[in-house]
Each structure stands twice: as C-alpha cells, then as structure tokens.
Ligand binder design. Structure first.
Ligand SMILES: Cc1ncc(COP(=O)(O)O)c(C=O)c1O
Length: 405
C-alpha cells in the first residue's frame, strides 16, 4: 500500500468530511514544488490558494520563525508591544494609504474586524441606524457569520441561517446596480479587487473610480477585501494601488504570512479613531511569531525588484496561456484574471481537469463554477511557468479523459 494511501485512509477516519479528497499526501516542499509521501513532485500553482507568496521553504519565511523562536517567546498579550509586531505594522503602514493596522489570525477575522469598524464609524459619524452594507454577487469574504453574510454563497446555504441582516448584493463591475442600493442606512461598500472564489473577475478602473466617488458623495466607507489579491499578487504590495483607488479599510491575510496563519485589517486614522479601547480584540492579535513572519515575508515582497518580477511573471504566464488558447481553438473559452491570480475557462468540467493535472504533477484549484485557478508562488520562474503551461496543454489535448460541460 502506498504511503499516500495509508495516510489518506487514516485522514478519512478522523477528519470531518468537508473537503473533497485529493488522494495525495504532501510530505515536503521546496520553492515552487511540493512532494508527496512517495517522492512524486508537483508544481504548486495552487500555492495554498494565493497564500504561499514566497513558495515553500523560503529563507525569509523560515527566518521569521527561527528569529522569534531564538528569542524564547512566541506569545505576548495584545496590550504588550513587541519588536516584530511594531516593525511589521510600521512596514505595512509606511507602504499604504492607511495609517493604522490591527493584526488578527485569518481572512474571515480581518473581514469581521472591517465590518465592525465600519459600523462603529457610522454609528458615531453618520447615523445610529446606518449599519448596512453593499456587497457583490459572486463575492467571497470568508466563513464566519459576518463574512459569510457578505458572501453570495450564503444565499444558497439556508442550513446555516439566519445570517446577519443588512447585506445588499449588487452586480460586480456595474455602478448603476450599486447606485440603486444606496440609502441612508448604508455604512460601507465591501469589494474584492479581483473576485477570486467568484471566478477570477477583475474589477475595471472605472468601476473602482466610480465606487470611490459614490462613497465620497454619500458618506459611505469603501472596504477593500485584498485577502486573495493583495500582498504583491497584483505586482504592487496592495491590490488597490494596482487598480488605483483608495479604500478607507483594507482586509488582508493569505500572502501576508506566506503560509503562516495571520490576517490584518488596516484603516485610515480618521476611521479607526472610532474604535475605543476594549471594543475589539483577539487572543493572538499581533502574536510575535506571526508578526515576525509577516515582517520577513512582506520585507521580501515589498522589494521593487520582487514586485517588478511579479508583473513580468504575470505577463509571461498570461501571454503563454493566450497562445495556448489560440492553439487549442475552442477548448479554452477565456483566460481571465490579473497579476498572478489567473483563471482559465474551458469547455470541460474543471474537476476532471484538476485531477488530470494532479496526475501530471501540477496543483491548481477551482474558482467559480468552472474556472481553473492558478495562484502560484509570486517568485515562480519563467521555466516553471513553461512547465505549468505544458502540463495544462497536455491535459487539455487529451480530451478523452475530460468531461464536456
Ligand atoms: C477575498 C477573500 N476574503 C476572505 C477570505 C477568507 O479568508 P480565510 O479563509 O483566511 O478566513 C478569502 C479566502 O479565500 C478570500 O479569498
């Protein structure tokens, strides 16, 4: 029996059945590659779904952990300042239009904090009943109750209801549909710069400029959920900077820790001033081990040559996929996305494509109903991109193994 099979069987026995099983057990990683228990190599274009910004076993990520462990403490209560927490906060704030930050542990928690801050701000600065939000169809903001109430999927999962009231869904990239939902009760609009789970749809510059203006004209906050698109994935540290808009609140996670579970939300000072001591918190907020990793990971990403390379890699990847699109005719129906958050639509069921890619040594994920999602490490090399496109090409040309949709 293979080592993969043994562990997978044991996992099935003890784990809640919430994910479809991949029949592969990862043992170790190096750069853009993962290796299973039998030593088989996989090019990791899933990257933990846009998490592993520096790939696997990167010295900067590892240094973040070993530096802090060498100091002999990995925990301090939130009210105590530590060097990594302060330095990581300074690094992010000094590269952003927001002056304030609060660290937390995940994306959903960053979204919860953002929603709470928007409500407190509105309570004090707008009207006590201005507690509602405009969000978007095909959105994804997380799985805690506030975040999931802002997520389109909540509309099709009545089992978990009742959800939080006061979330109104507009159409992405459609300013008129946003305008139609504006009332005096709206405190914030929350938007993803690129809809990730929704199928790799990027917002247009006009859409973001329009949202900025609508917020200004109606005394509404703009929340940018950059959990998937941020931290260098667009070729700039922050996704809103790539799309050239200025949010009041920014939610971060995923690439922020490059594989260490950490999140954060940032805000303009005049907005975060609405928070009072004791209003929000978390046991692990600003945990020294987590922030030491953030300091080292973001320290790498923010280097101009690193970000320039992300832009180059994105252009190279998209050009190659477009060439494959031309070559394969109607098999690929669209190449979508922005930066290193790339989607490929095909006329075959994406689940089958993912299985075949895995067999061929490539990890990717599904987004939306049928989009193949590629979110590789940000430092992926051109020869690795060639390898990824070659594997995708092989799978898409071997159509006998695929199920048409
Ligand atoms: C845009 C966006 N927001 C929020 C989340 C939730 O993050 P987490 O899974 O860390 O709670 C995700 C996760 O995929 C995301 O892509």
């Amino acid at each position: 029996m293979s080592k993969n099979h043994d562990l997978q069987t044991r996992a099935n026995d003890v784990y809640m059945q919430l994910y479809p099983h991949k029949d592969v057990v990862i043992d170790r990683g190096e750069g853009s590659y993962l290796y299973d228990m039998n030593g088989k190599q996989y090019l990791d274009c899933a990257g933990g779904i846009a998490v592993c910004a520096l790939g696997h076993n990167h010295p900067a990520f590892n240094k973040g952990i070993t530096d802090q462990i060498a100091k002999g403490f990995t925990m301090a209560i939130g009210s105590i300042a530590t060097e990594p927490k302060v330095k990581a906060a300074e690094l992010l704030v000094s590269n952003c239009c927001s002056e304030k930050i609060f660290f937390c542990n995940s994306g959903a928690e960053a979204v919860e904090g953002s929603l709470k801050l928007a409500r407190v701000w509105a309570h004090k600065n707008k009207a006590e009943d201005a507690k509602e939000f405009i969000v978007f169809h095909n959105s994804f903001h997380g799985r805690t109750y506030g975040a999931v109430s802002a997520t389109e999927k909540s509309l099709s999962q009545p089992e978990f209801g009742p959800y939080l009231p006061g979330f109104h869904f507009a159409d992405y990239n459609d300013l008129e549909s946003v305008k139609a939902l504006i009332t005096d009760k709206i405190c914030a609009i929350m938007v993803e710069p690129v809809q990730g789970e929704g199928g790799l749809t990027a917002g247009t510059p006009e859409f973001f400029k329009g949202l900025e203006k609508l917020c200004k004209d109606n005394n509404i906050l703009l929340i940018s959920d950059e959990i998937q698109a941020g931290m260098g994935r667009m070729g700039k540290l922050f996704a809103h900077a790539h799309f050239d808009y200025e949010p009041h609140i920014i939610a971060l996670a995923k690439g922020l820790g490059g594989g260490f579970p950490v999140g954060a939300f940032m805000a303009k000072k005049h907005v975060s001033d609405s928070f009072e001591v004791g209003m929000h918190g978390s046991t692990y907020a600003g945990n020294p081990l987590a922030t030491s990793v953030v300091l080292n990971v973001v320290g790498e990403i923010v280097k101009p040559e690193f970000l320039a390379r992300v832009r180059e890699a994105s252009a190279y990847f998209i050009t190659k996929l477009n060439a494959l699109h031309n070559e394969t005719g109607s098999v690929i129906t669209a190449v979508k996305g922005e930066g290193l958050m790339i989607g490929v639509d095909t006329k075959y069921d994406v689940k089958g494509i993912l299985t075949q890619l895995k067999e061929n040594g490539l990890f990717a994920t599904q987004a939306g109903k049928n989009t193949l999602r590629l979110t590789p490490p940000l430092n992926i090399r051109n020869d690795e991109i060639d390898e990824a496109v070659e594997k995708i090409s092989l799978v898409l040309k071997d159509t006998d193994k695929l199920k048409p949709i």
